[in-house]
Design a protein around this ligand. Structure first.
Ligand code: PAF
Length: 284
């Protein structure tokens, strides 16, 4: 596995591979790999000849007071894990490489970005789309893989790719969960053991909404109330949002149907913001 830090070198490597007839996938990450990241790498490897994983903690997607300075990093472990998945290149640019002096372009998908997490984290999705657009231009992969845990991020990126006629296939990997249901996230490493238990209220809420849906409950005010009751009982858990929305437009809905997705953001212990989502009807 090669480690590349320079965007120019990354582009040169990718062009060389493509001129030799190899297909490429990009897995954009912020590192601190867990099984969810490894699953994205495996999905990519199944699809193409060479997998590039980018590892870049993107400062412009963090707002003031968010966890940029505490974001967990362990590049040596990440390197080992990426190597174990047969990754061809680990691309680790510096902040200066990605945002040199004078950088000012912003890629924005305003309508999809204003819902859900966008309402609590102004500017977050502009940071995501800008960096993902840059990474896609640097590597120009045949496909790029993202996790469904960040459901809104995926929708925003798909929109950007369609709107800007970017020649890349966006693949989505289902949420990877711990055996007890907690969605895997690098931010889970912030949780103490009691908080780790409290964090289960997110996946429990989705399971509860699903079972209510299965018994015929369609009214989202009622569903949200039931979910709120579950979370309110958990010490230290604070709801940022609970939303039932259309999977394509991300607009909230009053009555659920087979296209309804549920998502929620909850802070645990007053500091750790976790998100989770699920479809009320399991796909398939
Ligand atoms: O999902 C993430 O880890 C990040 O938002 C991404 C897509 C790597 C952009 O920084």
């Amino acid at each position: 596995m090669r480690i590349i830090t320079s965007p120019a070198e990354m582009t040169a490597w990718a062009r060389e591979q493509q001129s030799d007839g190899h297909s490429l996938a990009l897995v954009p990450t912020m590192g601190y790999f867990h099984k969810g990241h490894l699953a994205l790498m495996l999905m990519a490897a199944d699809k193409v000849d060479k997998v590039v994983v980018s590892l870049f903690v993107n400062p412009i997607q963090f707002g003031p007071g968010e966890d940029l300075d505490q974001y967990p990093v362990d590049p040596a472990r990440d390197e080992e894990l990426a190597r174990s998945q047969g990754v061809s290149v680990l691309f680790m640019p510096t902040r200066e490489d990605m945002y040199p002096p004078g950088f000012q372009t912003v890629v924005s998908v305003p309508e999809l970005s204003r819902h859900l997490c966008g309402a609590d984290r102004p500017g977050h999705f502009n940071g995501v789309t800008t960096v993902v657009c840059k990474l896609l231009h640097i590597v120009r992969p045949d496909c790029a893989v993202f996790g469904e845990k960040d459901f809104q991020q995926l929708a925003v990126i798909r929109r950007m790719v369609a709107d800007l006629n970017m020649d890349v296939e966006i693949l989505a990997h289902p949420i990877v969960r711990e055996p007890d249901g907690l969605a895997m996230s690098s931010r889970n490493s912030y949780l103490g053991s009691e908080e780790r238990q409290q964090a289960l209220c997110l996946s429990r809420s989705i399971a509860h909404a699903r079972s209510l849906y299965a018994t015929g409950v369609r009214d989202t005010t009622r569903l949200a109330e039931e979910v709120r009751d579950i979370i309110k009982k958990v010490t230290g858990a604070h709801i940022q949002y609970i939303s039932f929305f259309n999977r394509t437009t991300l607009e909230s809905v009053n009555q659920t149907d087979e296209n309804t997705q549920m998502a929620l953001a909850v802070t645990i212990g007053g500091r750790v913001r976790l998100i989770d989502n699920g479809r009320l009807v399991e796909a398939g």
